[in-house]
Design a protein around this ligand. Structure first.
Ligand SMILES: Nc1ncnc2c1ncn2[C@@H]1O[C@H](COP(=O)(O)OP(=O)(O)OP(=O)(O)O)[C@@H](O)[C@H]1O
Ligand SMILES: [Mg+2]
Length: 448
């Protein structure tokens, strides 16, 4: 009979848990303080410790460390409140099996406890998988530019923080910002790095075969199923399953996915045997998923399951300090691929890059650089090989700044409109001082 130590200073809640677990056949012991827990840990061996992260005398994290140093095979599950998510992350980093957010119903923790107690088995299986799959791995750092801007630093901090945990991560950000790259680097910085990273574009799967794509099928289970098929879940077992464009998942599949994630078990189409899977899910979307939840298009329970931690990848225009780092990197890539030896960009091209807003983000920059490298005969990429919209981005800046353009009146009206009629802001936007703006307003007879 597995024995469980419950460390919980909330006496009624702790007592209820103890009663519940005892009824379910566990040998449950309860203590109310960190000090008592530390004593018990050294005198007896537990299969599992279920501890609150906040205790009057100690931190649940101290207990976790003590348990792990005394007996590494003891599993630890921490109990947190929603406000303590960073402690949960830390606990996972320090070796906790999982965390549960309070309040929870006792029934809902049973599955987690069972999984924790069974996990040793999964870990023994892992080395076999490693050998077979190591070929999949390329050198990830070679293609990943970290960036130096504040936005990039924050992004990298979050990746580093969440990567070693088992938390599911929802990655948001505009198209082409590098969401898939972020997902890969989470995988490569995790304990699962030697197991597979499987990327699935949820928008590209036809509805009719979606279940079989995800969960596999057995031969003959439907017309066209001529062989057994391994689904994405099984393929990613032990590793990371990356679900791209998650907002495109049909309602039916949302239900199936939620069940698979909750039970950590799947049933291939046409089979009556369940397969246990150990998967970390990372998802990405460029739509507003919380809005989709409000609109009833995306299941709220699944949303919370996928969004244990969220990361927003910044748009390129918000990481201007990284712009040339990325541009140089893409230049090198293009040189190698196209066997060219372009060494850099002319000053006015750099200026144009900085003025442009990059709606297609990194992908647009990469494509643009590649095309420019192909067209460039000299050592430096000149203005004339840049696409029109980028080349003219420079002009616009000049127009605003130097005010030589005939469209002066139009520019002023635009600036006023963009700033909602705020003259100081409009002046700043036009790079002129307020007084000049007032003079111009008079000159063109613009009244606000
Ligand atoms: N940190 C990085 N360093 C170098 N290249 C990167 C980095 N991040 C992304 N890229 C490159 O930028 C391009 C776009 O990245 P990615 O496909 O990850 O974006 P995405 O956000 O998933 O795009 P979409 O929304 O269109 O699916 C890719 O070619 C990728 O290799
Ligand atoms: Mg993508």
């Amino acid at each position: 009979m597995p024995n469980i130590l419950i460390v919980e200073d909330d006496v009624p809640f702790g007592t209820m848990l103890k009663t519940f677990l005892s009824k379910r056949g566990y040998d449950a012991e309860l203590c109310f303080s960190g000090g008592d827990a530390l004593k018990l840990i050294t005198t007896s061996e537990f299969n599992l410790v279920l501890t609150d992260v906040r205790l009057p005398d100690n931190d649940g994290l101290d207990i976790l460390k003590e348990v792990k140093s005394n007996n590494p095979t003891t599993q630890v599950i921490v109990m947190t409140s929603y406000a303590e998510i960073s402690m949960a992350v830390q606990a996972m980093k320090d070796g906790a099996f999982d965390y549960v957010s309070k309040p929870f119903r006792p029934e809902s923790i049973l599955q987690t406890i069972e999984n924790a107690l069974n996990t040793e088995v999964v870990e023994q299986k892992a080395p076999q998988n490693k050998v077979a799959r190591s070929k999949e791995k390329a050198d990830p750092s070679a293609q990943y530019i970290k960036g130096v801007s504040d936005a990039s630093r924050k992004l990298n901090d979050y990746i580093e923080l969440v990567a070693p945990t088992n938390m599911s991560v929802l990655i948001t950000g505009e198209s082409g910002t590098g969401k898939e790259n972020v997902a890969k680097s989470i995988h490569h910085q995790s304990k699962r790095k030697d197991a597979p990273f499987i990327a699935v574009d949820c928008g590209a799967i036809p509805k009719e075969i979606a279940s079989s794509e995800f969960f596999g099928h057995i031969k003959g289970s439907f017309t066209g199923a001529i062989n057994d098929k391994i689904g994405h879940f099984k393929a990613a077992n032990g590793g990371t399953l990356f679900l791209d464009e998650i907002g495109n998942l049909s309602y039916e599949l949302q239900v199936q996915l939620l069940r698979a994630l909750q039970e950590r078990r799947i049933k291939p189409v046409g089979s009556n045997k369940e397969i246990e899977v150990d998967i970390r899910v990372v998802t990405a979307t460029n739509e507003d998923l919380s809005q989709a939840v409000k609109d009833g298009e995306f299941r709220e329970d699944l949303y919370h399951r996928l969004n244990e931690f969220s990361i927003k990848v910044p748009s390129l225009k918000d990481r201007k300090e990284d712009l040339m780092l990325f541009a140089d990197h893409f230049l090198e890539e293009a040189n190698t691929e196209l066997e060219k030896e372009v060494v850099g960009f002319t000053d006015d091209a750099v200026e144009a890059f900085k003025n442009y807003s990059w709606p297609g983000n990194l992908r647009e920059l990469k494509n643009m650089v590649k095309r420019a490298v192909l067209l460039t005969q000299d050592k430096l990429i000149p203005m004339k090989v840049l696409p029109h919209e980028i080349a003219t981005a420079e002009k616009r800046e000049e127009d605003y700044g130097l005010f030589k353009n005939k469209n002066e009146e139009k520019l002023i009206l635009e600036a006023l409109e963009k700033t909602g009629g705020n003259k100081s802001k409009a002046a700043r936007m036009l790079s002129i001082d307020r007084k000049t703006l007032y003079n111009k307003l008079k000159q063109y007879d613009i009244k606000l």
